[in-house]
Design a protein around this ligand. Structure first.
Ligand code: PEP
Ligand code: MN
Length: 369
C-alpha cells in the first residue's frame, strides 16, 4: 500500500537557514518579555529556522496553565518582526486556525492530543479549506499509525499540500527512560508509505528531560528525518510548562554544534565505491542466510513427517530449551547480542512449528497408505 498524499517538497516552503533544520522556541508563550527575549537569543545563534510557541495548550488536567491565548499572537508577531524568523503555533480548533491566519502565522501545527480525534482534525481541516499555509501534524498520543495517516489525509484533502509530519513519541503503559516512547518503527512505516512526506522529530516531547535530547536528536537525523523541533526557554527552571525538557538558547546552540548531519548517499566517489563493495558482501550473505533457512525448513518438514508417522508430539520443550541455550551462547562467543540471537531463533522456531503442525494435519501418513 502507498499513501496517496499530494505533497510539495519541504525545501519549496521552508528553506533552512542552517543545517539541520531546527524549529525552536518555548513550550508556551508566558509573557511578552519571556517570548521576545527567548526569540532574540535563538535568532542570534543563527542556527534556528522557525520560532515556535504554544499559546493554546491542551493540558491533561484542568487548572494547569492552559496557554496565554490570543494575546500570544501579538507577541509572536513582534518576535517575528524583531528577528525575521517565521513563526509557528499549535491550533486545536477552527477558531484557532482563523486567528492564527489573521495574525500572519507562517506555519501551523496540529498537536498530539488533537490528532487522536478525527472530529477535531476535521474541524481544523474545514477551517483550512482554500487556504495556502504549511501544516505539520504531530503523531497521535497513542501508537496508532492509522490515526496519524487519517489526520494527514484530512488536512491534505482540504487542499493543504505544504504538509509535514512530526514524530513526538507515543504514550506507553510501560515505564521507560522516555516521556513518550519513540517507537521509530511507526515513523519508518509512515515514511515507507509516503516517501515524499517530510518528517520532523520532536526530541523534547519524546525525552521529557534535557539529558536525553542530544541522543534522540542525533538518532532522528540518522533515521533521515528532515529536521528537529526543540523546546527552548530563556530560563527553563521557571518555565510554566514542560520545564524539565526545555533548553536555554545557548544550550540548544551547543547541542546543534555537536550534531552530525549525514547524507543518505555519499558525495565522495571513493566512499561510495567502498560502500557499494560492502553492500555487495552483505547481499551475498543475505542470500546465503535465506538459503540456509530454507534448507533448515526442509529438514524440519522431514522431522515433522517422521514425528507424525511415529506419533511423537511436535514440541519437545527440553530440546527447544537446549537449542536456545547452546545457540545463544555460541552467538555470544561470536559477539552477537544474546537477546537478538534468542529472538531470531524464536522466530525460526515458530515457523518450524507452524510447518510441522500443517504436516501433522495432512493425512498422508505412510501407515495409512
Ligand atoms: C507542544 O509542542 O508543546 C505540545 C503540546 O506537544 P504535543 O502535542 O506533542 O504534546
Ligand atoms: Mn511542550
Amino acid at each position: 500500500m502507498k499513501l496517496n498524499l499530494n505533497i510539495e517538497p519541504l525545501d519549496t516552503w521552508l528553506k533552512p537557514s542552517h543545517q539541520p533544520l531546527v524549529i525552536a522556541g518555548p513550550c508556551s508563550a508566558e509573557t511578552e518579555e519571556q517570548l521576545l527575549a527567548t526569540a532574540d537569543l535563538l535568532a542570534k545563534t543563527g542556527k534556528i529556522s522557525v520560532l515556535r510557541a504554544g499559546i493554546w495548550k491542551p493540558r491533561t488536567r484542568p487548572g494547569e496553565f492552559e496557554g496565554i491565548g490570543s494575546i500570544g499572537l501579538e507577541w509572536l508577531k513582534k518576535a517575528k518582526l524583531a528577528t525575521g524568523l517565521p513563526i509557528t503555533v499549535e491550533v486545536a480548533n477552527g477558531k484557532h486556525v482563523e486567528e492564527a491566519l489573521a495574525a500572519g502565522v507562517d506555519i501551523l501545527w496540529v498537536g498530539a492530543r488533537s490528532t487522536v480525534n478525527p472530529f477535531t482534525v476535521q474541524e481544523i481541516a474545514d477551517a483550512l479549506q482554500g487556504v495556502d499555509i504549511p501544516v505539520m501534524v504531530k503523531n497521535p498520543v497513542n501508537p496508532d499509525l492509522s490515526l496519524w495517516i487519517g489526520a494527514l489525509e484530512r488536512i491534505n484533502n482540504a487542499g493543504i499540500t505544504k504538509l509535514a509530519a512530526i514524530s513526538r513519541g507515543f504514550s506507553s503503559f510501560e515505564k521507560s527512560a522516555f516521556r513518550n516512547e519513540p517507537m521509530w518503527e511507526l515513523t519508518i512505516q509512515l515514511k515507507t508509505l509516503c516517501p515524499q512526506l517530510p518528517v520532523i522529530c520532536d526530541p523534547s516531547h519524546i525525552c521529557g528531560n534535557r539529558e536525553l535530547i542530544p541522543y534522540i536528536s542525533q538518532k532522528a537525523l540518522d533515521l533521515e528525518m528532515q529536521g528537529l523541533m526543540i523546546e527552548s526557554h530563556i530560563d527553563p527552571s521557571v518555565a510554566w510548562t514542560d520545564a524539565k525538557q526545555q533548553l536555554t538558547p545557548s544550550a540548544l546552540s551547543d547541542l546543534i554544534d555537536h550534531l552530525t548531519v549525514r547524507t543518505p548517499e555519499p558525495a565522495n566517489p571513493v566512499v561510495s565505491d567502498k560502500l557499494a563493495e560492502l553492500r555487495k558482501q552483505i547481499d551475498k550473505i543475505d542470500d546465503l542466510l535465506i538459503q540456509k533457512v530454507a534448507e533448515r525448513m526442509s529438514i524440519v518438514e522431514k522431522i515433522g513427517e517422521y514425528k507424525r508417522d511415529n506419533d511423537i508430539t511436535i514440541l519437545q520443550l527440553n530440546r527447544w530449551d537446549e537449542i536456545i541455550k547452546k545457540r545463544a551462547s555460541f552467538g555470544k562467543a561470536l559477539k552477537l547480542d544474546e537477546e537478538f540471537t534468542t529472538k531470531m531463533l524464536e522466530l525460526i522456531h515458530a515457523e518450524s512449528i507452524r510447518r510441522q503442525t500443517e504436516i501433522m494435519n495432512t493425512k498422508t501418513a505412510v501407515s495409512e497408505k
